[in-house]
Write a protein that binds this ligand. Structure first.
Ligand SMILES: Nc1ncnc2c1ncn2[C@@H]1O[C@H](COP(=O)(O)OP(=O)(O)O)[C@@H](O)[C@H]1O
Ligand SMILES: [Mg+2]
Length: 258
């Protein structure tokens, strides 16, 4: 049913020179689901995220969010509509505390003008205050309230990735897109992450994730879309995807190449 659909990509193509990194991909993400996007390295997963989040304008095709065409919107407009993401590589300010890193995320959304900032207006102070408390709430949500004064550089690896999720949540998204959230995590960190993802979903936020850890993906996803060389080769439940000959072929073929 149409009202269940949150995000829809139709025939999305992203071409770099002669390479179609994403090639006529159709994808429908329903409200409230945990949807995974998988595929061998270079399949086009991150490029697809970049198209959805407005970093790239697709060569062709359309992206619709909540019934609205967002194909040509800029990243901040996409964020304002309710799409948030994390990146494959950690992007934190090492010399700032955990809390400051979350506040930086929220600052991009406050409305004070540069002049207002210079004169430190009442509005500005109110926004600072809100921003501070919002950051605290987000850290509590992901279970990092005890590390709010810790410098980002001193956090264990897994916590750095969780911190990025907390920061992405400050924009109050309707969907959060996570690019390889488990990368580099140990088993216990991966387990914590799964609990946080369930919590985000239970809170009403739809989750789209790119992940290589197959055990994780198979356990957490409602639906999986598989890309290979830019094309969608399979989509469905974890059980369906696991048994699909084309999917098996795509992964085995890749191992041979490497
Ligand atoms: N900005 C870009 N310019 C040129 N080629 C790119 C660019 N971004 C990605 N690619 C290429 O597109 C393909 C898909 O990359 P990517 O989306 O990062 O794959 P994945 O995230 O699935 O590993 C790769 O061949 C990559 O080299
Ligand atoms: Mg990638």
């Amino acid at each position: 049913m149409a009202e269940d659909i949150l995000l829809k990509a139709e025939k999305v193509t992203m071409q770099f020179g002669g390479l179609k990194a994403v090639n006529e991909v159709d994808m429908t993400i329903k409200k409230g689901e945990i949807h995974a996007l998988i595929g061998p390295n270079g399949a086009g997963k991150t490029t697809f995220f970049n198209v959805i989040s407005g970093i790239y304008m697709p060569t062709s095709g359309t992206v619709t969010f909540n019934g609205r065409d967002i194909t040509k919107l800029r990243p901040h407009q996409v964020t304002d509509l309710g799409i948030s993401r994390t990146f494959q590589n950690i992007r934190l300010f090492d010399a700032m505390t955990t809390q400051e890193n979350v506040m930086i995320g929220h600052h991009t959304r406050t409305n004070s003008t540069i002049l207002g900032t210079m004169f430190h207006t009442k509005k500005m102070k109110e926004e600072e205050w809100k921003c501070y408390h919002r950051a605290e709430a987000m850290l509590e949500f992901v279970g990092m309230q005890n590390e709010k004064e810790t410098l980002a550089s001193n956090l264990p690896y897994g916590k750095k990735r969780i911190l990025e999720i907390a920061r992405a949540l400050t924009s109050e998204p309707r969907i959060i897109m996570l690019d390889e959230p488990c990368a580099g995590m140990n088993a216990s960190e991966t387990n914590d992450l799964a609990q946080i993802i369930y919590k985000i979903r239970d809170y009403g936020i739809t989750v789209l994730l790119v992940e290589h850890d197959m055990k994780f993906v198979m356990g957490i996803s409602d639906v999986i879309t598989v890309l290979d060389h830019g094309r969608k080769i399979c989509e469905g439940s974890p059980n369906k995807v696991k048994q699909d000959p084309q999917v098996i072929e795509a992964y085995l073929g890749k191992e041979d190449e490497e």
